[in-house]
Structure formats: structure tokens, C-alpha cells
Design a protein around this ligand. Structure first.
Ligand code: DHE
Length: 493
């Protein structure tokens, strides 16, 4: 192996000498050139493990240096001792033990306004019904498609940042959509003009985002650094960051952020401290959190239809708990086996009473809960653990997958009244079928086939006949504008 660009890389320190700021800057460049491909752009891991202080804490500094120099036997980790000088290895080992820096200045510098939104027409510049558009995340090649929900044609398609995850969120009128990528980039797209308006990197590793009831603010929940970023929804400019520190000062990552429209607030779940935060989004908000103490860290949760209660689970807990958001008190414990995925759960009316159903990511069942009594009224066995569950007020069925099982090409249709599996479809045998979203009127639905040679399949939601197939590269989530801005029954919030 040759020493790469040594004259340019070498900063002039000798092995054992003090590592300077310039050495660390060079170490960062070396990281990007040599390590990033396996360990991730932000050191958050990829094919190789994350290289962050949190994940390296148990390893002695000398051992970190030794692994860089000699590699790790019986692993993919190569030796860089012949490629880097000893002092460069020192600097790289030190660099990996420091937290990545992403402060307000870095966020502001990353901000790009691509088009001045005020100069664009405020009426749709296309023929499609603006409330029946779908925003579709094409995960296989990091693109986003805008699909006409009447003609089932792609109206526009644009490149996204790396790994858009979670639900895009919309402005209250449905004109703008906000997307969050796992690598911290937030994008603002105008669905009337089919144009990307602005982008900002709000963090290094982002969980998700929420848009306030009045459409003025975007709240971004980050894992790295552990904080919240408040953005101006008009152009994504940074308003402020809020470090997510528990009342005892302990730093926490964010699990998720949501808008609770009836409460005119944001709800924030924290991953490492036993607190849920509520941030008012009323007039002139100060974004100072109201802290609600909870029994466990919240990894996954959903709301009651009136947003007065939080139905929460923790991966460590033995089930679920219902938390009253006004009093902060736990109202009820719910015995739920396995690992219910409450965030993907959905509500519907059965015999005039609200029920809530949740898939389970470790057991092959869907649990149905009566939300007046908070009792589990049915455990519906499925072919395997599933991820998503979706319905619509006008649909007789709730659609769920078996994402984590060998037979994940199957999709179950649960009859919402009998609570039995009425149909099991296999749309493309051998290929994972998961995640459904209905058209605004509920007459049709779009289903994803998560494969490089995948597709969006359009079904008639009553006859279950296939209407159309749009080839796509691993389409993941898809989101109907009308359903989303109305917080419609059956879809995710
Ligand atoms: Fe997701 C939504 C968390 C792994 C695809 N996922 C969400 C949301 C959260 C979450 C908090 C709600 C966001 C919102 O509404 O704004 N997801 C997590 C995890 O903690 C988990 C288990 C581990 C992780 O890596 O973060 C996880 N999720 C995945 C995947 O592996 C999936 C299948 C592929 C991917 O894209 O990474 C995946 N998650 C999705 C999708 C949604 C989602 C498609 C949106 C669902 C919706 O209909 O709204």
C-alpha cells in the first residue's frame, strides 16, 4: 500500500507530540477519505460500527489507536499503519473520541434557500387534486415521488438526502411538505409548484419532525447531538436549538416529536431520561418545555383520538402505559406481549366504541384495545411480526404486514368489525409487501413492494382488485396530503 498524498496530509507533528486543532481537522479529512465508507458519514455506523464517544467509551484509547494501525483480525477492519503516519493515527484516535460538532452556527451555515417561495404562484400549477396527492419515499435510490392520487401517475420526482425516514409532514393547507433524512437534512418542497424550496441540516442524526398546528414552526428531534431544533416553517431558517437535558441535567437523545393539534403543542418523547415534554405552539411561543415525569423512557407511543392521553411503551417495559397529558399521571397499565409498535397503531370505531390496534415487531400478532377500558379485547394471530397497520374511515379492513417473518410477501386484511383476518394477499410472491396509504376518499389504496425491482400497487379498497402497478425502487412510506392534514382516522399522525 502507498501512503496517500503524504506531503499534503502530514502536518509536521511527530508520534507522541501534542495533537493540534489543525491535526484534528486533518484527522477529520482522513476519516472522510478512509473510514467513512464503512463507519458512516457522521460516524454513526454503516457496515462497520458507530465511532462515537458513546460507542467507544468502553475501549481504551490505546486500543483504538492499535485497531486503526493494525486492523482487527477476523473482521472487515483493515490496517492503516502503512497508510498513515503515527501522529496521524494519534490524531485520528483522538478525533474519534470527541463528540461531533453540530452547533447553531453549523446549522445556519448549512441553510440554503433554493427558491424564494414568495415569488411562486400560490395556486397549484398542475391538474391534480392537491388534496389527493401522495408523497412517496423511494428508499432504494433516495428519491421522493409526487403521485397524482386520481390518475395514479408520477407528477414529479426529486433526489432526497440520505435515507428519508418517518412520515413527511405537511403545512395545514397541504401546499408544503417537510421531509427529514436520517442524516439530519430537512427539506421543504412546494407541492403547488413541484419545487424544492429550502434545505437545512438540523442535526447529524435526526429522528423525525413535526409541524405546528398553525404551520409556523417545524420541530426537529435529533439523536446526534441530542437536541431539538426549532425552524421557521416558511424557509427552514433556524429559530433556536434546545438541548434535551433531563431535570437532573442528564443528556438525552430524542425518540420522536409530534404535533398535538387539539392541544396546540408539540409533544417530545425522550430516549434516555424519564420525561415527556410538551412545548406550547400558541401565540408567540417561547418553546420552554413543560416536563412530564414518566415511569420509563419512551421509545414508541401513540395518542388517544382527542390527544388527551398518551399510549406509550418502552422496549424495556413489559407492556404499555396510558399517561394523561394534563395531570402527567399514569392512568392505566396495559398488558401487551412482545414489542408492540404503538407508533404504527391506528384507531377505528367498532360497535360505536373506539378501538386501537397495534402491530407487534417481535410477535406475530395484532393487539386490539378498547380505549374506554384500556383492556386488550383481541390478540389476532398473524403470519409473523409486523411493522405497519393502516386503514381509512371508508375501508372495511385494516391492512397489516408480516415485515419480520420469512413469509413477508404476505399482507393481511383485518375485518375491523369481526377482528378476524378476512384476506391474505401475496401481491408479488417472494417480495416484501408493507405500508399502505389510502386515497383521500378511501376508495383506493397504494401498497409498497420493498424491493429494488419493487412497485407501488394500487388496489380498489372494496373489490381488492389491482388497478395499476407503478415500478419503483424500494418504495417505503407514502402519504396522502388530504388524509394527513385532516389527521384522518386510520392513517399515521
Ligand atoms: Fe421507522 C416512522 C422510529 C426503523 C420505516 N419510525 C417512524 C417514526 C418513528 C420511527 C419514531 C414516526 C415518525 C413520524 O411520524 O414522524 N423506525 C423507528 C425506530 O426506532 C426504528 C425501529 C429503528 C431505527 O433505525 O430508527 C425504525 N423505520 C425503521 C425501518 O427500518 C424502516 C422499515 C425503513 C426505514 O426507512 O428506515 C422504517 N418508519 C418507517 C416508515 C415510517 C416510519 C415508512 C412512516 C410510517 C408512517 O406511515 O407514517
Amino acid at each position: 500500500m502507498k501512503r496517500i498524498g503524504l506531503a499534503m496530509l502530514w502536518i509536521g507533528t511527530s508520534h507522541g507530540a501534542v495533537t493540534t486543532g489543525a491535526d484534528l481537522e486533518q484527522a477529520e479529512r482522513n476519516y472522510q477519505q478512509l473510514c467513512q465508507q464503512c463507519h458512516g458519514v457522521n460516524r454513526i455506523g454503516g457496515a462497520g460500527p458507530a465511532l462515537l464517544p458513546q460507542s467507544l467509551g468502553r475501549i481504551k484509547p490505546g486500543e483504538i489507536r492499535q485497531v486503526i494501525e493494525n486492523g482487527r483480525p477476523a473482521s472487515q477492519m483493515a490496517a492503516f499503519g502503512t497508510l498513515l503516519e503515527p501522529a496521524q493515527i494519534d490524531a485520528l484516535a483522538l478525533y474519534l473520541q470527541r463528540p461531533p460538532n453540530w452547533n447553531e452556527e453549523a446549522i445556519r451555515q448549512s441553510h440554503r434557500v433554493l427558491v424564494d417561495g414568495a415569488t411562486l404562484p400560490d395556486q397549484p400549477q398542475h391538474r391534480a387534486d392537491p388534496l389527493n396527492l401522495f408523497v412517496v419515499v423511494e428508499a432504494g435510490n433516495h428519491h421522493v415521488a409526487v403521485v397524482d392520487g386520481d390518475r395514479f401517475e408520477v407528477l414529479a420526482r426529486f433526489a432526497s438526502h440520505f435515507a428519508v425516514h418517518g412520515g413527511p409532514k405537511f403545512s395545514p393547507d397541504g401546499r408544503f411538505v417537510y421531509l427529514a433524512s436520517r442524516d439530519g437534512w430537512i427539506s421543504l418542497y412546494d407541492l403547488h409548484n413541484l419545487k424544492l424550496i429550502a434545505e437545512v441540516r438540523a442535526g447529524l442524526n435526526t429522528r423525525n419532525l413535526a409541524v405546528s398546528k398553525d404551520g409556523r414552526w417545524v420541530l426537529v428531534g435529533n439523536s446526534l447531538p441530542g437536541n431539538l431544533a426549532v425552524l421557521d416553517a416558511r424557509d427552514l431558517s433556524l429559530v433556536k436549538t434546545i438541548a434535551t437535558l433531563g431535570s437532573d441535567g442528564q443528556a438525552s437523545r430524542v425518540s420522536a416529536v409530534y404535533t398535538a393539534a387539539p392541544r396546540n403543542s408539540f409533544i417530545v418523547a425522550l430516549k434516555d431520561v424519564n420525561e415527556v415534554w410538551e412545548l406550547s405552539t400558541g401565540p408567540n411561543p417561547d418553546f420552554v418545555p413543560r416536563r412530564i415525569e414518566v415511569q420509563d423512557h419512551l421509545d414508541d407511543f401513540s395518542f388517544s383520538p382527542d390527544y388527551r392521553q398518551l399510549l406509550a411503551t418502552s422496549r424495556k417495559a413489559q407492556g404499555g402505559q396510558v399517561i394523561d397529558l394534563d395531570s402527567g399521571q399514569v392512568v392505566s397499565d396495559i398488558s401487551l406481549p412482545g414489542m408492540p409498535h404503538l407508533g404504527s397503531g391506528t384507531y377505528w370505531k367498532r360497535d360505536g366504541r373506539w378501538v386501537f390496534a397495534t402491530p407487534n415487531i417481535s410477535k406475530g400478532l395484532v393487539s386490539v384495545i378498547d380505549i374506554n377500558t384500556w383492556k386488550v379485547i383481541r390478540q389476532i394471530p398473524t403470519l409473523g411480526p409486523g411493522f405497519f397497520l393502516r386503514s381509512h374511515a371508508n375501508s372495511r379492513y385494516a391492512w397489516t404486514d408480516v415485515f419480520f417473518a420469512a413469509g413477508n410477501d404476505a399482507i393481511h386484511l383485518i375485518d375491523k368489525q369481526t377482528l378476524e383476518i378476512a384476506h391474505t394477499l401475496r401481491p408479488m410472491p417472494g417480495k416484501t409487501a408493507a405500508h399502505v396509504e389510502f386515497t383521500h376518499d378511501g376508495r383506493y389504496l397504494l401498497l409498497s413492494i420493498w424491493d429494488t425491482d419493487g412497485a407501488l400497487i394500487v388496489y380498489d379498497s372494496n373489490t381488492l382488485k389491482e388497478i395499476k402497478r407503478l415500478p419503483m425502487n424500494k418504495p417505503s412510506g407514502k402519504y396522502n396530503v388530504g388524509n394527513k392534514i385532516e389527521f384522518a382516522e386510520g392513517t399515521s399522525h
